[in-house]
Write a protein that binds this ligand. Structure first.
Ligand SMILES: [Zn+2]
Length: 370
């Protein structure tokens, strides 16, 4: 059994499921938890689906957690977790379904600052208990691997379990993050609270969301609604609930395909990802810094993106260079940036038509009303 090294810790994997390429996702969690510790002065962590316990170990040693509860449903992993957590002073290990453990925390009013649920499949069954076991101001870091539901690829006779209708369109993975955030928002609202997205990260395979439990609901028509996609021209429109039923494509009047309801607010909290970036910079975690800078740039842009392929449709020649197109859009007065979700796509406040016009160097592309 070979030893592994990640961040500042060494550990064994034993028979646990462990993906070395998930390091960036674990790094993000460690930075976020450490930042919470800095800002609030204490950090109690509960990890519901721990595997070999590497994340609990890292929260303790690198984020400075005062206490970690490391739960893993599979009791066969007890020896390896016990061995891995030896350098930790304040911890507890258990082996039961995460849902049951969280429900007991709720009943005993045992609240946590940071709850990590690295679920396989979707985390919906755990959500009400996880939110209930959180301290106000605390963070929930969760995974969904259910891409088929979240991108609208279920068979037509099946509805996804997230309480939002997903459809297939080029920005499908951002839709996935936002439907998850919408489900969290509804769940928090049912407890009388709200959530603030810290960041929402599509890794290329899984959806990772970090949200903070807030005192007040954030559930309102500005942050929660529908997205329309036009299969005719390829553009999007945000549809508030009052406009449901009369929402033609604003560009050509064709009917829109609606998807949602979903979270329409910021995909990441600009201040939070900036603060995380400062901490990661101090630690010299370069790829984390770079990822967080990307999050900061895209945080407040519209809830969809355009692929370069969609922009270049009908235009002769090679696909445009992403950086070049972004610079052109910014020079024309629009906000524009890369999206972390797709290396061949951009987020911008310009319409698809304006992007196309810029690409073909049409003179009236400089006119924002074009
Ligand atoms: Zn259209």
């Amino acid at each position: 059994m070979g030893g592994h090294q990640e961040g500042a810790v060494s550990f064994q994997v034993g028979g646990a499921f462990f993906r070395p390429q998930g390091r960036l996702v674990r790094d993000l969690g460690v930075v976020a938890a450490a930042l919470h510790r800095q800002q609030w002065g204490s950090l109690r962590v509960l990890e519901g689906m721990a595997g070999c316990g590497v994340r609990s170990l890292r929260y303790a040693l690198e984020s400075g957690a005062n206490f970690v509860w490391c739960n893993e449903g599979n009791p066969d992993l007890a020896p390896v977790i016990g061995e891995n957590l030896r350098p930790v002073t304040q911890y507890r290990i258990s082996h039961e379904p995460a849902r049951r453990l969280l429900a007991r925390c709720v009943a005993e009013q045992d609240y946590y600052d940071f709850v990590d649920l690295d679920a396989f499949g979707d985390p919906l069954g755990e959500l009400p208990y996880a939110l209930g076991a959180m301290q106000l101001g605390g963070w929930l870091y969760l995974t969904s691997t259910d891409g088929r539901s979240l991108t609208g690829h279920l068979p037509p006779e099946q509805l996804n379990p997230f309480g939002g209708i997903a459809r297939v369109h080029p920005a499908g993975h951002e839709q996935g993050l936002r439907i998850l955030l919408g489900a969290l928002q509804r769940q928090a609202a049912s407890l009388g609270h709200g959530i603030r997205p810290g960041f929402a990260y599509f890794t290329g395979e899984t959806y990772r969301i970090l949200v903070q439990l807030t005192q007040r609901r954030q559930f309102n028509p500005k942050t929660y609604g529908w997205l329309g996609y036009c299969h005719h021209c390829g553009d999007y429109a945000v549809i508030p609930w009052r406009r449901l039923g009369r929402c033609p494509c604003p560009h050509d009047g064709k009917p829109l395909t609606l998807t949602g309801p979903m979270w329409l607010g910021n995909l990441h909290d600009p201040l939070w990802v900036e603060q995380m970036g400062a901490l990661a910079t101090a630690w010299q975690w370069r790829d984390v810094v770079q990822l967080l800078a990307g999050f900061a740039a895209e945080a407040t842009l519209p809830p969809y993106f355009y692929t370069l392929r969609a922009i270049a449709q009908g235009i002769k020649g090679d696909l445009p260079r992403r950086s070049h197109l972004i610079a052109q859009l910014q020079a024309a007065g629009y906000a524009a940036t890369a999206t972390h979700i797709n290396p061949e796509a951009i987020k911008t406040t310009a319409s698809l038509r304006v992007c196309r016009a810029l690409l073909s160097n049409l003179p009236n592309a400089q006119n924002p009303h074009f």
